[in-house]
Design a protein around this ligand. Sequence first.
Ligand SMILES: *Cc1c(COP(=O)(O)O)cnc(C)c1O
Length: 420
Amino acid sequence: MKTERSEALFERAKKTIPGGVNSPVRAFRGVGGVPRFIRRGEGARLIDEDGNSYIDYVGSWGPLLLGHRFPEVIEALRSVLDVGTSFGAPTEREIELAEMIRGAVPSMEMVRLVNSGTEATMSALRVARGFTGRDLTIKFEGCYHGHVDSLLVKAGSGMATLAISDTVGVPASFAATTIALPYNNIPALEEAFAAHGDNIAAVIVEPVVGNMGCVPPLPGFHQAIRALTEKHGALYIFDEVMTGFRVAHGGAQSLYGIKPDLTTLGKVIGGGLPIAAYGGRADIMSKVAPVGPIYQAGTLSGNPMAVSAGLAMLRHLAAHPEIYTDLERRAAALCANPPKGITINRVGSMFTWFFTDSPVIDWDTAAKSDKAAYARFFHWMLEHGVYLAPSQFEAAFLSAAHTDDDIALTIQAAHAFFHQ
Ligand SMILES: *Cc1c(COP(=O)(O)O)cnc(C)c1O
């Protein structure tokens, strides 16, 4: 496989962009080698600057549930070009997107649009603090909620890949507002509430973790958080930036029957454009400016391009519920019969092949994976035209654009790796 152009571009990029990339995990540090510079995408395929074609299981890290250049999204974007790309004033389509979100995720009685998942979780956390008058947040080790100062504690994703547990640049006093607990561990949660219950503003959780690899909640975990937050007057924040419209049309909260107080969305709701949202109980969201005293704003929030792409995406998903049953069937086929020494975790169309033979239920068990073996697997798959996340601690995503042939080719390549 030729990689000359990617190599040259990477060398050039490193001179003006830290590490040559605009988000750390893109640099292939977890697996070594040269990141592929992408020329274009089409359906489930990525084509790089050297002309190599890959079956894409990264999907822009989650947003592309319908694949690259989904026709209705492209058409919606074209139509916006005729009317203007930003007004900084309200538009009808923002109401429509908020209504569609509430229709699919009823716990989001009121919705505010923002530009990234990071902004959504940062804002939700501020609202939780403002509403409760408390300072502390509980998060879980290995969960990533964007690069919000106080949440960059044992934060999974790129930090796990680079083995950074607490980032430089976050004041100790900010980090001290966060209690990091093991995922799926109810006794640890009970202990934290017993010690600090009166000062806990919120528990924030990835309802299905994607950012230490895919780790589903054990039965009863979410119910326990819901009961403890209610008992102690703390808010329950579902960070569904990854899982929203991904694991089910109504997100993970519809799968597990949980009604969180606040929810964050991102990724899929933008159809590949930068948009995210936070929302929840009307009494809480009514504390947000301009009606309430909790300030949050954005020059490009509700941007017409992003909102139109998101609307096209959500309209298509609402009209085609069969997409989720189809994704489930095909993802199950892809994840069937793990080879010896591999643990596959999967919820719907997100999954991870962990290079360990013991169950992965939290950060400590995920960290037992053989990262060197994952790196060998990653490069093998890449060479065979399958583009996976360049880290053991990320989820893979199947899209509606993947064909049964794509899946067969992927299984074939993986089978050849395990039977070398
Ligand atoms: C990706 C992600 C974020 C951050 O979203 P950005 O758009 O990258 O800022 C937050 N939470 C979760 C669960 C995510 O997967």
